[in-house]
Structure formats: C-alpha cells, structure tokens
Ligand binder design. Structure first.
Ligand code: HXC
Length: 257
C-alpha cells in the first residue's frame, strides 16, 4: 500500500509507522488520520505483528493538528461531521503502541502520543498543548489524557499557558516512561516493542485492557475486571506453556492462543 503522509514498515514482529510530512512538521491532517487507520488495521490483521511503534522525525513527532486545514472551518460543519472524532479509533488500537518522540509533540501531536500505551522520549522532545494561543483548546484528548497522566496542577499550567515542557520535565511528571539520547530513540523503542511482541498476544492485549480500565472505573470494579481476565488466561495454551517453561528452566514458545 502506498501512503502519502506515512512510511509504514514491518521489522520482524513489530510494525513501524513514521509520520512523514516534513514540510509541515508532521502536522496531522485528515489524510494522516485516514492513513493511520489503514496502517493500524493492516497491523491488527497481521497475526505476526505483536506491537507497533509510531514515530516522527528528529525535529518533530508532530507539531499539532494542521492549523492551515482548520483555519477556515465553521462550527456547524465541524459539529455535523463530528470533526476529529475519528482519532478515537487510533486511541482504541488493541495491540500495544509505543510512541517514540523526538522534537516537537504539540497540540494534536502530544495528544497522539498520549493515545499510545507509553511514550519513550528523546532528550530533545518538547511536549505542549499550545491550542490556547490559537484561541481554542485541546480537542483530541489533551485536557483529559494529560490531566490523568500528570495531574491537575501540571495539566492546567500547560493547557492554560500553552508553554512547552522538555523531556526531563515530562519524565518527572509521569508523561513519558523513559528518556534516551536522540540516537538511541528508535533502538530503545524497538527493543521494547520486540520484547512485547515476543510474549503471548492474548496476555499482552489483556494486560493493556486491564491497565486502561483503571482510567475508566472504580477500584473495586477494576480489580474485579483484572481478576476475571487473569482467570480467563488459564484457558490459553500460552499460560500452560509459559508456566511449564519456567518450571523446566527453558524459554517459552508462545503460540498466541
Ligand atoms: C500546519 C504547521 C504546523 C501546524 C508547523 N507548521 N506546525 N502547519 N499546522 N500545526 C508548518 C509551518 O507553518 C511551517 O510551514 C513549517 O511547518 C515549519 O514550521 P516553523 O514554524 O517555520 O518552524 P519553527 O520556527 O522551528 O517553529 C516550530 C513550532 C511552530 C514551534 C513547532 O511551527 C509552531 O508553533 N507550530 C504550531 C504548534 C501548534 O500550535 N500546535 C497546535 C495546533 S492546534 P511554512 O510553509 O510556513 O514553511 C491542535 C489542535 C488539536 O493541535 C485538536 C483539535 C484538532
């Protein structure tokens, strides 16, 4: 499949998506969304793929939604088409997605990174929700996911002032899981993705579901949900294989069932 705004590759059991609109610092427009959906769908349909890495360029992961595309939009048309709601599909990816972020991750770019399961940042990464400086507010989850990730104080600071935070501050705040040197970024993200892809797919997907449920429900319901998933994994061949391999002191050979 030929993509206009993405480079999509498969490396072993990992799918790699590189945002590729360098002239606009990877600003996210409707073509990017359409193509990302296609790329994700293809990776989900491919049994061999166990994890996805999404990245941008060294200068920018993505500098936001495309301001030039939005500039002349009017309320009624946006409302009727439920503008940008399609990004919910990206956030609902069932296989794990790691964001490898270098440079600017602003507005929709920061929001896209937060739709992933975790973010690995290069030391050059800059995160922010600058929409307020354009006379609007975050629209792809920034006010909600950022607040859940970093808490009210930091989220209000970023969303109300529009300032950027660097990688060190993002790590301190809990927005990113690791910070690495720029030249190590893709290797580090790949190593994590390959590790995930080497594990049993049902358990990986349920682990993701369980952690995500923590944001949606009460502790008691979340614990019940986790326990039910835990029980259900004992219906898989991979649970038998994983535990037998441990006892026999050998590596497990997971069959993803
Ligand atoms: C469209 C963009 C863009 C964007 C950059 N470009 N960001 N085009 N949408 N979000 C374009 C510039 O117009 C310019 O094109 C080229 O990319 C290079 O950018 P420069 O500004 O020349 O680079 P630099 O001076 O290094 O500044 C980098 C920057 C700045 C600080 C990241 O570009 C910037 O502030 N960008 C906008 C960031 C932002 O406000 N994001 C939030 C968008 S709203 P030309 O053709 O002039 O060379 C949003 C809402 C999401 O995301 C939710 C609802 C959809």
């Amino acid at each position: 499949m030929a993509y206009e705004t993405l480079i999509v590759e498969t490396r072993g059991n990992v799918g790699l998506v590189t945002l590729n609109r360098p002239q606009a610092l990877n600003a996210l427009n409707s073509t990017v969304l359409k193509e990302l959906k296609e790329a994700y769908a293809a990776f989900h349909a491919d049994e061999e793929i166990g994890a996805i890495v999404i990245t941008g360029s060294e200068r920018a992961f993505a500098a936001g939604a495309d301001i030039k595309e939005m500039q002349s939009l009017e309320f009624a048309a946006m409302y009727k088409s439920d503008f940008i709601s399609g990004w919910d599909d990206i956030a609902k990816a069932r296989k794990p997605v790691i964001a490898a972020v270098s440079g600017f991750a602003l507005g929709g770019g920061c929001e896209l990174a937060m739709m992933c399961d975790f973010i690995i940042a290069s030391e050059t990464a800059k995160f922010g929700q600058p929409e307020i400086t354009l006379g609007v507010i975050p629209g792809m989850g920034g006010s909600q996911r950022l607040t859940r990730a970093v808490g009210k104080a930091k989220a209000m600071d970023l969303v109300l002032t529009g300032r950027m935070m660097d990688a060190a501050e993002a790590e301190r705040s809990g927005l990113v899981s690791r910070v690495v040197a720029p030249e190590r970024l893709l290797d580090e993200a790949f190593a994590a993705a390959e590790k995930i892809a080497s594990l049993s797919q049902p358990s990986v997907m349920m682990a993701k579901e369980a952690v995500n449920r923590a944001f949606e429900t009460t502790l008691e319901e979340g614990l019940r949900f986790e326990r039910r998933l835990f029980h259900s994994l004992f219906a898989t061949d991979d649970q038998k294989e994983g535990m037998t391999a441990f006892v026999e002191k050998r590596k497990p050979a997971f069959k993803h069932r």
